[in-house]
Design a protein around this ligand. Structure first.
Ligand code: PBG
Length: 327
């Protein structure tokens, strides 16, 4: 009879850490950062308490804070000075993300890892993730623009690109463009499974990227579906993605698990702005313990099968992993 096995395995901190099933470390964390046009600017983001807009010249302050906590991987989003129909600020070699990458490279060399988001919604006047044809996003007309953005980021010194636009065929298209430009070793982390989610609300305020009309349901996924996720993941894998991503994370543990069981590629989960904002504001209101709910939610993503976590709590989670609270 083993009726007490559970209690023996939970008896003290030593045996609990010995028997832990989910392991994680700070080197699997990526911290999203917002690079805004301008100079000498670090401004709090109202929709994301605790996160900031950084001008390229001061982006290093976020990198310093990350490194001090044990986070050395960053995902950059851009807020350009000007927007237009085709999002030309996104592939401008003097664009805000390109300048941010160069500033970080100059200061830190190869000691930090820079991932860049490839999308157009922060750069288009209409806020959609691609080129419009009437009221619709034209999938195929968008691809060459995504290619140009990716190559421009690579030239500026990005280590990895992460297309989040959800156009079909973009991974193959970007891969070819990067290879043609000589970036054969630069990996693609594809937002393979990205749902049309209300959890992105605070991000759209932070990045000024809410669509001017309509929604993103024609290119982002319906949250009723999980088989569709497997199709999207398989397509991106075939097209040459190196890492797959599921987004959001918190309400999508089943999807992370399903994709994990289907692919042998590394899998990232993106704990998005709305997840952060919920935990943050409920914590600040004294309704939940922010730190503990943050830890529990992060562990859930890894337990579901994620190898990598993209999170606005990267610094705080790294600290919790280092002191053994989780991980
Ligand atoms: C760009 C993009 C979005 C997010 C990441 N890349 C917004 C969207 O699709 O509307 C959301 C990230 C977050 O909510 O933290 N397409």
């Amino acid at each position: 009879m083993n009726i007490h096995r559970g209690r023996r395995l939970r008896g003290d901190a030593f045996v609990r850490s010995l028997a832990r099933e989910t392991r994680m470390s700070p080197d699997t964390l990526i911290w999203p950062l917002f690079v805004a046009d301008g100079e000498n600017l670090v401004e709090p983001i109202p929709s994301l308490d605790g996160q900031f807009h950084y001008s390229p010249d001061r982006l290093g302050e976020a990198v310093d804070a990350g490194l001090a906590a044990g986070v050395d991987k960053f995902l950059l989003f851009g807020l350009p000075a000007h927007k237009d129909e085709v999002g030309s600020g996104a592939y401008d070699d003097e664009g805000v993300v390109q300048r941010g990458i160069r500033a970080v490279r100059e200061k830190y060399g190869r000691s930090v890892y820079i991932v860049t988001d490839i999308c157009m919604c922060e750069y288009t006047s209409h806020g959609h993730c691609g080129i419009l044809c009437g009221q619709d996003v034209d999938n195929d007309a968008t691809l060459p623009y995504l290619d140009r953005i990716a190559v421009s980021h690579a030239r500026a010194g990005a280590d990895m690109v992460a297309p989040s636009d959800m156009m079909d065929g973009r991974v193959a298209s970007i891969r070819r463009a990067l290879d043609d430009a000589g970036f054969l070793k630069l990996p693609i982390m594809s937002y393979a499974v990205k749902y049309a989610s209300a959890f992105y609300g605070p991000f759209r305020d932070a990045a000024g990227s809410a669509p001017a009309f309509g929604d993103r349901k024609s290119y982002q996924m319906d949250f009723h579906n999980v088989r569709e996720a497997l199709n999207e993941a398989a397509a991106d894998e075939d097209e040459g993605a190196d890492i797959l991503m599921v987004k959001p994370a918190l309400a999508y543990g089943d999807v992370i698990r399903a994709v994990r069981e289907e692919t042998d590629l590394p899998l990232a989960a993106y704990s998005v702005s709305g997840e952060y904002a919920m935990i943050r504001t409920a914590g600040r209101a004294g309704l939940i313990d922010e730190h503990r709910v943050m830890c529990e939610s992060a562990v859930a993503a890894y337990r579901a099968g994620a190898d990598i976590l993209i999170t606005y709590y990267a610094k705080e989670l790294a600290a919790a992993m280092k002191n053994g609270e989780i991980g």
